[in-house]
Ligand binder design. Structure first.
Ligand code: NAI
Length: 247
């Protein structure tokens, strides 16, 4: 049994999809959870669900691509709960297009949220975690950051960058007992993947040895493991949650 009682977690992009599942999974294990998202009302709903599970919670409206908003998120968390043990940098977006058609705005938006957003999230928890001499940072990458994907050059670059960021920070913070890992989901059924063309969904299915798409709970379980003491000797790793799609 994983017990996260007395632990305080922050989940970005926690209003829906994988982020919401992570917030609820951590709460189920006993953690208090700060739910942050650019979607304020939906974040409030997730926070309410956490409270219904008997844990403390708070929703904080944040655009992760803005450093001052990330600073506000952690200042609020520390003011309210006194510490930060688990930081899940999950917020992410897609702006898919073939490179020939991809414009600068599509490139910049994805890098700003997926890569700079995680940098901001890591920066703001580093000092409090170093002081505590403990912490878990979990970054949401993607198998696309490992194998690439036509039509997703911006997204793949952001997720590949996130993996390099994860490994570098793991090396920097290891001596302070802070573990930094990434999770690389494959094809998970969420709002983000809902509008994929049917042909693309079928192609994914043929590439998955476990012969099913992933559910948000599959990713949340992996994050729970990386957030728990069971993973205390694991850092700088990329945990694939993809039914075996990428080996
Ligand atoms: P989603 O679109 O359902 O949820 C993403 C959440 O992030 C939303 O609540 C959204 O409001 C929030 N968000 C977007 N921009 C933000 C910003 N600037 N600041 C704060 N919050 C922001 O997507 P899903 O599927 O739950 O994805 C979550 C993470 O998992 C993303 O990083 C995504 O790249 C990654 N992922 C998802 C996969 C999938 O198959 N669904 C596969 C691999 C990775």
């Amino acid at each position: 049994m994983i017990d996260l009682k007395e632990k305080v977690a922050v989940v970005t992009g926690g209003a829906r999809g994988i982020g919401r599942a992570i917030a609820l999974r951590l709460a189920e294990a006993g953690a208090d959870v700060v739910v942050s998202d650019i979607l304020d009302e939906a974040a409030q709903v997730t926070a309410d669900q956490v409270r219904q599970m008997g844990r403390r919670s708070l929703a904080v409206a944040v655009d992760v691509s803005k450093m001052e908003q990330a600073e506000h998120l952690i200042a609020t968390t520390i003011a309210e709960f006194g510490r930060i043990d688990i930081m899940v940098n999950n917020a992410g977006i897609t702006r898919d297009n073939l490179l020939m058609r991809m414009n600068e705005d599509e490139w910049d938006a994805v890098i700003a949220v997926n890569l700079k957003g995680a940098f901001n999230g890591i920066k703001v928890v580093t000092r409090p975690m170093m002081k505590q001499r403990s912490g878990k940072i979990i970054n949401m990458a993607s198998v696309v950051g490992i194998i690439g994907n036509a039509g997703q050059a911006n997204y793949a670059a952001s997720k590949a960058g996130l993996i390099g960021l994860t490994k570098s920070v793991a090396k920097e913070l290891g001596s302070r007992n802070i573990q930094v890992n990434a999770v690389a989901p494959g094809y998970i059924e969420t709002d983000m993947t809902r509008d994929l063309p049917e042909a693309a969904k079928e192609t994914f299915q043929t590439l998955i040895p476990l012969k099913r798409s992933g559910q948000v709970r599959d990713v949340a379980d992996a994050v729970l493991f990386l957030a728990s003491p069971l993973s205390d000797y694991i850092t700088g790793q990329v945990l694939h949650v993809d039914g075996g799609m990428v080996m």
